[in-house]
Write a protein that binds this ligand. Structure first.
Ligand code: AMP
Length: 376
């Protein structure tokens, strides 16, 4: 597909041409048409898929068509971190270069004065982290009563960082009549609850990770009772070939419990997740990279920053509820032509999720029958 098939206006096409993009990414192909039609869209996609352009391009097009005499904030983009907010702002600058729209970005951790100055000049689009936005709203510098377009980017990370109450307070100040977009790498029950609370008719689009990533990985499954999973993990890790493994758990507490259990058994393990300090996370990652730590236990969200070459094993201690997550997880091994292995521990309760995964990867995943904790 070509960008010209997406009905984007000429100023955006020129900016895309200048950026050197040849064709829209899958998430852009799927999300741009319904957004341009004015629909509410839930996009399941992570960084690297081109999701920022997927919401920025149609938003600029829709806002760029109306002409306001006096500028007021009509588009609001919420992001969990300052880095992401700045990245979105940079994207907006690139794509909106030939449009008469003005945008600015506000985030915490820095003086608010320059931000207030920018706001005073009048902006059409505001990119913000939730805390600073609320601060500035309370001081009367920002009014959101004429928002036409709302985007929540990396919504799962916002929830993980404890922003749900801030988000609800912000949503309460917005006009009911508006277009909503929400992007998230996962579609957890919490995310779906938020999506449903914001949107009536939802168009759901997702960028399924390339199935080829999974093809390089040697996958197998162990069927096991829930209370035997930790024993099975120790058994698997003790097999000589498992030198460097990333273990996924569904919850932060689960990650801590598994790490503790492994350490007690004399296995060099460490957990990383959002509740740990930045310093602790960096130490764990460094240790894992230089191989002084053999096993890293992570939740899906915490695992995103992990970029380790030639990871030999990925172990799904729990089966993810969303099949795409499985592909993301196992895609972390077997990179750049080096084959990796992925083991999944599945209880009878988790069978429905396992079946969904099967459907997605379209491949027979062999079962390891011979192990000391096999279901009888
Ligand atoms: P994102 O997932 O939004 O963080 O985008 C990942 C990267 O892909 C960014 O550096 C974008 O500039 C780039 N990008 C976005 N859309 C396209 C496209 N259609 N073709 C090439 N690169 C793109």
């Amino acid at each position: 597909m070509k960008f010209s098939e997406l009905n984007l206006i000429e100023p955006l096409m020129r900016a895309l041409d200048h950026a050197g993009y040849e064709q829209p990414t899958p998430i852009q192909q799927k999300a741009i048409p319904p957004i341009l039609e004015g629909k509410d869209v839930f996009g399941c996609a992570q960084t690297g898929t081109g999701k920022t352009a997927a919401f920025t391009l149609p938003m600029l097009q829709l806002l760029g068509n109306g002409s306001a005499k006096k500028r007021h904030i009509r588009g609001l983009v919420l992001a969990p971190t300052r880095e992401l907010a700045m990245q979105i702002s940079a994207n907006m600058k690139t794509y909106g270069h030939h449009l008469p729209l003005r945008h600015t970005v506000v985030f915490g951790g820095v003086s608010q004065n320059p931000q207030v100055q920018q706001l005073r000049k009048g902006v059409d689009v505001l990119i913000a982290t939730p805390g600073r936005l609320l601060d500035l709203m309370q001081q009367g510098f920002i009014r959101l009563d004429r928002i036409e377009f709302l985007v929540l980017d990396e919504a799962d990370r916002m929830l993980d960082m404890g922003f749900i109450h801030d988000i609800k307070r912000i949503l309460a100040k917005l006009p009911a009549e508006r277009q909503n977009l929400l992007f998230s790498a996962t579609a957890s029950p919490e995310i779906m609850k938020l999506v449903k609370s914001m949107m009536k008719q939802i168009v759901r689009v997702s960028a399924t990770p390339k199935v080829q990533t999974a093809e390089l990985v040697d996958q197998s499954v162990y069927f096991v009772a829930k209370d035997k999973k930790r024993s099975l993990l120790k058994h698997v890790l003790r097999q000589k070939e498992v030198s460097h493994a990333l273990v996924f758990t569904r919850t932060k507490r689960g990650a801590d419990r598994v790490a503790k259990d492994l350490v007690r058994a004399g296995i060099n393990a460490e957990a990383i997740h959002g509740n740990k300090s930045q310093g602790a996370r960096e130490r764990a990652l460094k240790g894992f990279k230089n191989r002084s730590i053999q096993v890293l236990i992570a939740t899906d969200i915490a695992s995103r920053g992990i970029d380790v070459d030639k990871l030999s094993h990925v172990i799904n201690f729990e089966i993810p509820e969303v099949a795409e997550t499985y592909v993301h997880r196992i895609g972390r091994t077997g990179r750049a032509g080096s084959p990796g292995k992925a083991f999944s521990f599945c209880t009878p309760d988790e069978m429905p999720y396992w079946k969904d995964i099967h459907k997605l990867v379209r491949k027979d995943i062999p079962e390891v029958r011979k192990h000391p904790f096999a279901l009888s």
